[in-house]
Design a binder for this molecule. Sequence first.
Ligand SMILES: *Cc1c(COP(=O)(O)O)cnc(C)c1O
Length: 396
Amino acid sequence: MYGEFKNYLQKELKAIEDAGLYKKERMICSPQGAEITLADGSKALNFCANNYLGLADNPRLIEAAKKAMDERGFGMSSVRFICGQQDLHRELEKAIAKYFHTDDTILYAACFDANGGVFEPLLTADDAIISDSLNHASIIDGVRLCKAVRYRYANADMEELEKCLQEAQAQRFRIIVTDGVFSMDGNVAPVDKICDLAEKYNALVMVDESHSAGVVGKTGRGVAEQFNCYGRIDIHTGTLGKSFGGAVGGFTTGRQEIIDMLRQRSRPYLFSNSLPPMICGAGIELFKMLEESDEIHARQQENVEYFRTRMLAAGFDIKPTQSAICAVMLYDAPLSQKFAAEMAQEGIFVTGFYYPVVPKGQARIRVQISAAHNREQLDTAIAAFIKVGRKLGVLK
Ligand SMILES: *Cc1c(COP(=O)(O)O)cnc(C)c1O
């Protein structure tokens, strides 16, 4: 049998490659950071990681992870309802709830699992899920696993959302679901308006804070802080794999009864291993650090401002951003790939995105700014952008 299947896969893989969509993975031989070392020993500046607070190689977190491993071992070898949890799991859940001003938190192996396991336990075929069209793949998959009636509105379009809410009055319960920050444009969801509409039309609100947590809001506490929507958002999901240290792990945080029900019924929680002690130990330390001082977050914001201002002055077309994501618009797909390749030649890693990841004719370079970047590194990246921009005729 495999011969036939192998031929089929080879053809499909060739088609992916011919379409220029084959994903290749770089080999990094250093910790993740602003500057990384590649397999051939060369160095590059990294502007395509979700390492927004620059904590992926933070010594305090590494130390806390080691300490947790020494004191609580390497792994849990089970799920929590069968074998129990460690004190560290509860401590981390409480720290996350404190950070987001919510009642309680439930941990998952990843935010992909948090989103995959949030709808099905809470909603039935009698209910409605109203989802932003640009929501993350894991939300889309989570919605697919649930029998609720689905509604979709154009990205951040409040008129369309209102229409969906009117139609969804036919269902018993309604939930509006949105990413906090959309990863391709760097725009923040208008969560204040979403909450207004939710109240007008009697709906719950869920925000995926994966790209917004640690970045958006006066002290980085996400969209509730940004829009002063505390108490108006029922569910937040998020990841420990971006701002919050960059290792792995996800969570859902929100109203008590919602978290209680997820602990009883959420399949990725019930049937997948508990987070290892080192992740919990480092996570607890992380939220301690973020409670102590806003310095890292403030530096991240300054860096975005520095980069944006200089890139705009150089003549680049940048989508307005309120996050750590700067979309440098090139519009043309082949140009975006050429531009990213030329930047790599200059030792700067950025990603070129084009259709179908972004709409047709909206190709761009996505730059992700971190607190870890120093001024010299930002200047180096800007100089490379200007050099490549002139060479490829993007700048006059
Ligand atoms: C990255 C991301 C996820 C997935 O997070 P993991 O913890 O890596 O699984 C989910 N939702 C959004 C919006 C994301 O950006």
